[in-house]
Design a protein around this ligand. Structure first.
Ligand code: GUN
Length: 282
């Protein structure tokens, strides 16, 4: 049976380390979170972030804009936050509401790269490519942190990433490459995905389809990291991995919930602290 990776515990430890640092600072780091519209899932995420900030001694501001606020109002808010010294990090919760002509790219580009705690701005993405960065995107960095905590070293390992999103798949593959993994990225046009997955020593799934990874696809002893956050037919939170069967084959596995999710939020706190230091706070 696989060891279950306790994301909650590692996240707690990470947040405690951030809190320890902010306690000693004369100026508190600050995070602004923007939510446009009333998507319930986004609301849950944003409430979680507020709680994390409280735990970590980070000042937080939250801006809720109506779904029809419009691109111009959103950009104006970002401009104002870019200029605000008490704000070190700006996170605009994605996706933006559909049907209102929002331009996500323009929003991401507008955030000052030194306040881009999501690491979505092309300046930061480019820096990650060459391995010279201040921030790493929260989810892929959280995955690396979990592996480090459990002494799982990707060096020389066959790493397979399922999914090629800008938020997870692409940066995840880059981080594994930086750590000397041999990385393959599978996506919707990959033929024989099952065969590729079967070769993985480390499998990271970020597809968003419940049960897409089954036990017969997993090499015995593989490390299986489930990044997805789906709801099954019963409305219950679940990942991409058929946890019950795969845990019998894998050496390590992350649960959903309680695996990667809490780590994503903990890295956001770390990034906000990093941003504050970049802005000269100490
Ligand atoms: N929506 C889902 N995940 C994320 C994330 O990591 N950052 C932002 N800004 N929006 C998200």
């Amino acid at each position: 049976m696989a060891t279950i990776i306790d994301g909650k515990a590692v996240a707690q430890k990470t947040k405690a380390a951030v809190a320890e640092e902010t306690k000693r600072m004369s100026q508190r780091p600050g995070l602004a979170v923007i939510i446009v519209g009333d998507d319930p899932a986004s609301r849950v995420y944003v409430n979680g972030k507020r709680k994390d900030c409280e735990e970590c001694g980070i000042y937080s501001e939250e801006y809720t804009l109506p779904a029809d606020a419009g691109q111009k109002a959103l950009l104006e808010l970002i401009d104002a936050l870019n200029a605000q010294d008490n704000i070190d990090g700006i996170l605009c919760q994605l996706p933006l509401p559909a049907g209102y002509d929002y331009d996500e790219k323009e929003v991401i580009y507008r955030i000052d790269p030194s306040k881009d705690v999501d690491a979505f701005h092309p300046f930061n993405v480019g820096r990650i490519m060459i391995g010279d960065y201040d921030f790493l995107p929260c989810t892929p960095a959280g995955v690396m942190h979990l592996m480090d905590e459990y002494q799982i070293n990707p060096e020389g390992k066959r790493c397979v990433v399922l999914g090629r999103s800008n938020i997870v798949g692409k940066p995840q593959s880059m981080l594994l490459l930086h750590r000397h993994g041999t990385v393959t990225v599978c996506h919707s046009r990959t033929p024989n995905m099952e065969e590729v997955v079967r070769e993985a020593d480390i499998l990271i799934s970020a597809v968003g389809k419940p049960g897409i990874v089954t036990a017969d696809m997993v090499k015995p002893g593989a490390v299986v990291i489930d990044v997805a956050m789906n709801r099954n037919e019963a409305g219950k939170l679940c990942g991409d991995v058929d946890f019950e069967s795969v845990q019998k084959v894998a050496s390590y596995i992350t649960p959903v919930p309680g695996g990667v999710g809490p780590m994503t939020r903990a890295v956001l706190m770390k990034n906000t602290l990093t941003a504050a230091k970049l802005h000269g706070k100490h």
